[in-house]
Write a protein that binds this ligand. Structure first.
Ligand code: SF4
Ligand code: SF4
Length: 456
């Protein structure tokens, strides 16, 4: 298919040669065929190893790329240039997914032929605003009900086991059932193979724990993402969480080919379009017969934020883009640097983000200085130096770990614009009930919608 597009004749090849000769040395152009240099402040976004057209990811640190050591993060450059030139709104425009058939073709000629617009968007591409009904159907999940009712919401996280062994999950399910609003099920977290997120989400739904189905763009193209969402929905999953995903090189299959067909913002828009219009990314209706009404899944859509990744404005505005694309709630990466989190929330409030979406702060109890040292090296996480020092000096490291997590929760609860906390304790899950009890957190008395069990 690509060869067909690339070999359209002598004229096309000549223009392609001229375009490549001009743009490759200056912009490191890889001829995506749908140029968005104008929007991206004359920095080519295709230099991003995750092919993000709506960056940055959550791993950019002090202007450097999390994937390629020693390389500048192109999205750090784009946001800094946009801020300097007062062109933030230009970068805020949601970029549609790439039409991979155009890869290798000359973008100049594609504009002249009307295949793409001057902004580099393939003609007829799907992006917000969508034309759904004024009131979208609500998912009616316990998480959605709590957040809409203004309650301080609590979510937790389950990393699926690698071996398909339900017994290992049962303990965690029992520990969390009835105590929190919903549980995220990670999707091959840290780019390492685990049981699939949709299957464990379905297991949770069937066992009385409301799941948040995480969908990562790293492992699936747009077909597989939509198919998995519809499959999970049929098993009662209503909360969905769109992420780009850690890059493959940090995981257990570092030589695998990362997919990154679409990014997390495009995925959010795709989910929102399914909800609002009952349409797939292709524009086809979600229905099996021409007479049926298009099926509009009732979804509550979440997205990630990275308060301690760089640049701070780019991180806030990227979340704002996700909200514009259709996200309803936001869960942040773990907070270990309170000063930086407060700065992030201030920028978020100043730009109206906290009015448009519910933000849940990520909190992780940690009981060893070594764990803090490891976490401090994870792209996008910053650890304040006092926390590992306190753990080192403590007589009871468990108690000190709980005390620190409690302080972070109380700090977040007191920060304007924080609507809840998201508790992550991958190697210390027993800490979660202790924190819930000591911080008086958890499901508040109200009548949630009945747990959905099948596609409506
Ligand atoms: S956006 Fe595409 S066409 Fe434009 S410089 Fe980058 S790779 Fe080349
Ligand atoms: S840090 Fe992330 S957004 Fe920036 S270039 Fe690297 S992969 Fe892309």
């Amino acid at each position: 298919m690509f060869k067909f597009y690339r070999a359209q004749g002598c004229f096309s090849r000549t223009i392609g040669f001229l375009e490549r000769s001009t743009k490759q040395p200056i912009f490191n152009c890889s001829m995506c065929g749908q140029c968005i240099l104008r929007t991206c402040q004359l920095h080519c976004p295709m230099r991003c190893p995750k092919s993000l057209r709506n960056g940055p990811c959550g791993g950019s640190h002090e202007g450097m790329c999390e994937v390629i050591p020693g390389h500048r993060c192109v999205w750090d450059q784009i946001w800094n240039a946009a801020e300097r030139r007062g062109q933030i709104e230009r970068v805020m425009k949601i970029q549609p997914p790439i039409d991979w058939r155009l890869e290798g073709t000359p973008a100049w000629l594609n504009v002249v032929k009307g295949i793409i617009t001057l902004d580099g968007h393939p003609k007829g591409c799907w992006m917000p605003p969508f034309t759904g009904p004024a009131t979208e159907p609500r998912a009616g999940t316990a998480l959605e009900n709590a957040l809409r009712a203004g309650q301080f919401a609590v979510t937790a996280e389950i990393v699926p086991p690698r071996a398909p062994d339900f017994a290992s999950l049962q303990k965690r399910i029992t520990m969390l059932r009835g105590k929190i609003h919903a549980v995220n099920v990670t999707d091959n977290a840290s780019a390492s193979v685990k049981m699939p997120s949709w299957a464990v989400s379905a297991l949770l739904a069937r066992n009385g724990v409301e799941p948040i189905f995480q969908l990562a763009c790293r492992d699936r193209n747009r077909l597989a993402l939509q198919a998995d969402l519809l499959g999970a929905y049929a098993f009662g999953v209503r909360n969905v969480f769109a992420v780009t995903g850690d890059f493959v090189t940090i995981g257990d299959h570092p030589g695998a080919k990362p997919v990154h067909d679409i990014d997390a913002i495009q995925l959010t828009a795709m989910l929102h379009r399914m909800r609002a219009e009952g349409k797939l990314a292709s524009g086809a209706d979600i229905r099996d017969s021409a007479k049926a009404e298009p099926f509009r899944p009732k979804l509550f859509i979440g997205c990630a934020a990275h308060p301690t990744a760089d640049p701070i404005l780019g991180q806030v505005m990227r979340v704002m883009k996700k909200v514009r694309a259709g996200a309803d709630f936001v869960q942040t990466q773990v907070v270990f640097d309170l000063k930086r989190f407060a700065e992030f929330m201030k920028v978020a409030r100043d730009h109206g983000l906290t009015e448009k979406a519910k933000i849940l702060a990520g909190v992780m109890p940690v009981k060893s200085a070594k764990a803090y040292e490891f976490l401090g090296k994870v792209p996008g996480i910053k650890v304040a130096p006092e926390f590992p020092k306190r753990i080192e000096a403590a007589a009871s490291k468990d108690e000190e770990g709980i005390a620190i997590a409690r302080e972070i929760i109380e700090f977040c609860r007191a920060t304007p614009g924080v609507a809840g906390v998201h508790l992550m304790a991958p190697h210390w899950e027993a800490a979660i009930p202790v924190l819930l009890e000591r911080c008086k957190l958890g499901v508040q008395p109200f009548t949630p919608s009945p747990q959905p069990v099948a596609a409506a």
